[in-house]
Write a protein that binds this ligand. Structure first.
Ligand SMILES: Nc1ncnc2c1ncn2[C@@H]1O[C@H](COP(=O)(O)OP(=O)(O)OP(=O)(O)O)[C@@H](O)[C@H]1O
Length: 346
């Protein structure tokens, strides 16, 4: 269990974060400069909060009331950085063994060998970091952290320096290694909602130094709490509500049915671009279907994003490339499934 409740005033920036998590991999997601790395630094003891408390299970790492502030090296926190932070003058084996100082030489050797096998780098023990690829360096960084048997694992954008292809392979590999070799809480900082969704159990959204939503990844994606949260999870279709009636809201002159019985809870409505669809016959769906004009089409590899207008409103819609021709032919209607529309607070 990780319990974080901290405040830090840095002049222009104020960090004010509170969350508790029992176990699992938690994706920390938010715009650049919103306090994600500072949170990890505070947990690791590299940043001292002004007030608050940080505890892992029964162990209090920091508590201003109890005047506890355990030094970094005694916190037993594993921290994997974006740029690996390996010692350039030490070999792979020496980098990994560094955290085991104090143990008998043979024991260090055994643990280093075991973890090198786990991260599939057995043949590279004698290499120096500059003789490794980015993916290999990140595996060494993870090995160096895991070998110290930390109580919690902090991963700060560990894949961001890698190219797309290596990134996807390494993500899955490292996830498997972590799942088989580590049972504590993992905090994983990323900018990418898809990466967070692929790798994490829970998602914690940050905005302007605060965590604004925490929950199971499906719930956060499907029901962001406000406009900022919706933007962070990649929602491009957000509209201010003009009026309400039961299940219905009016936005920009369109009446939309929502799945909420009391639509008054929201200030905005949102729908993901991949949840908007097209229907060929108006009778398929009696509500939430609209005639539209195509504004532009941006081609992706297997999907295209079509921007359409309905009156003054603009919608982004992701469709499979095979279907683009049928959709733009003029006999289709835009359909916004009521159960996919979410209400957002301010
Ligand atoms: N030591 C410091 N003193 C003052 N301000 C700082 C300090 N460290 C970071 N900041 C500021 O605090 C804010 C949050 O920084 P942080 O590194 O946590 O952002 P982040 O969410 O991790 O961003 P990114 O995704 O770009 O890495 C930024 O505006 C940053 O400039």
């Amino acid at each position: 269990m990780l319990d974080v409740n901290i405040n830090k005033d840095l002049g222009d920036f104020h960090l004010n974060v509170e969350f508790q998590v029992e176990s699992g991999i938690i994706g920390i997601l938010g715009p650049s400069g919103c306090g994600k790395s500072l949170t990890l630094q505070a947990i690791a003891g590299l940043l001292t909060p002004d007030t608050g408390r940080i505890a892992i299970g029964e162990r209090t790492l920091f508590d201003t009331e109890q005047k506890v502030n355990i030094p970094t090296r005694q916190r037993n926190v594993g921290y994997v950085f974006q740029n690996y932070a390996l010692f350039p003058h030490l070999t792979v084996a020496e980098n990994i063994g560094y955290g085991l100082k104090g143990l008998p030489k043979q024991e260090v050797q055994k643990q280093v060998d075991d973890i090198l096998e786990t991260v599939q780098l057995k043949g590279l023990a004698k290499r120096y970091p500059n003789e490794l690829s980015g993916g290999q360096q990140q595996r060494v960084a993870l090995a160096r952290t895991l070998v110290t048997k930390p109580d919690i694992l902090l991963l700060d954008e560990p894949f961001s320096a890698l190219d797309q292809h290596v990134k996807k392979m390494l993500e899955l590999e490292l996830l498997e290694i972590i799942k088989h070799n580590f049972s504590g809480v993992v905090l994983f900082v990323t900018h990418n909602i898809e990466e967070a969704y692929r790798l994490c159990d829970y998602i914690c959204l940050y905005d302007c130094g605060r965590n604004i939503q925490f929950g199971k990844k499906v719930d956060v994606l499907r029901q962001p709490v406000n406009k900022a949260a919706a933007r962070i999870v990649g929602c491009e279709n957000i509209y201010e509500i003009d009026s309400y009636e039961g299940h219905f809201v009016t936005v920009g002159g369109l009446q939309l049915k929502t799945a909420n019985t009391d639509a008054q809870e929201g200030k905005y409505v949102g729908i993901h671009s991949y949840d908007v669809t097209f229907v060929t016959d108006e009778n398929d769906c009696t509500t939430n279907t609209f005639r539209f004009d195509v504004r532009n089409i941006v081609e992706g590899i297997d999907h295209s994003t079509i921007t359409v207008t309905v009156g003054d409103l603009i919608f982004k819609v992701d469709v499979r490339k095979d279907n683009v021709k049928q959709i733009t032919a003029g006999d289709t209607l835009l359909y916004l499934p009521p159960e996919k529309i979410f209400l957002l607070g301010v």
